[in-house]
Design a protein around this ligand. Structure first.
Ligand code: ADP
Length: 170
């Protein structure tokens, strides 16, 4: 039986912290579906859902065992629609744990067959989040070693479109 895991998240943008979880997850699962969630209000995200899909597809273009898709609605329904029963999540801090525990228990309540598998972040990525990347980039700092080049390129493209170097995340 093919073991498929769904790795859900906002990925706004994807970082090497996420990529590290995906690469390590590939040793445990036959297939990983990176499922990009529409935020409740997509206006709040920096990259559109299409941009996030396109960035992540570029990063994993040579990896046949990875699929990238947007999803809406309940994660449990999406996972079922993919004939999968495993959700992969990364854990950085105790703060992550509390939220993740609640989410995994709520998902289990909705589908008792669903298993959430947590992987601890690699130490060097424990401080890394999508928000910190946006903050550093918008203030002109370097995010080398934190995100792939394609993220920086897309970020700069979007800034040029907006014709501003001041970004507000509100
Ligand atoms: P969400 O918006 O659902 O929190 P994110 O895109 O922030 O999604 O992250 C998706 C998953 O990746 C979550 O399980 C999150 O804890 C994990 N993650 C995010 N950053 C890191 C990191 N630096 N190291 C390990 N896991 C991470």
């Amino acid at each position: 039986m093919i073991k498929t895991a769904v790795y859900p998240g906002s990925f706004d943008p994807i970082t090497y912290g996420h990529i590290n979880i995906i690469e390590r997850g590939m040793k445990l699962f036959d297939k990983i579906i990176i499922a990009i969630s529409y935020n409740q209000s997509d206006k709040k995200s920096f990259f559109s859902i299409e941009e996030r899909v396109s960035i992540i597809k570029k990063i994993f273009k040579n990896e046949k065992r990875i699929a990238v898709e947007p999803f809406k609605g309940l994660l449990v329904d999406y996972v079922k629609s993919k004939n999968a029963e495993i959700v992969l999540r990364g854990l950085r801090t105790v703060a992550d744990f509390e939220f993740e525990l609640q989410m995994s228990l709520a998902n289990k309540k909705m589908n008792s067959k669903l298993e959430t598998i947590f992987m601890m972040t690699e130490g060097k990525y424990s401080f890394l989040s999508s928000s910190i990347i946006k903050e550093i980039l918008s203030l002109g700092g370097s995010v080398r070693d934190l995100v792939p080049d394609v993220v920086v390129e897309k970020f700069n493209e979007r800034l040029r479109e907006r014709k501003t170097d001041i970004v507000s995340w509100e």
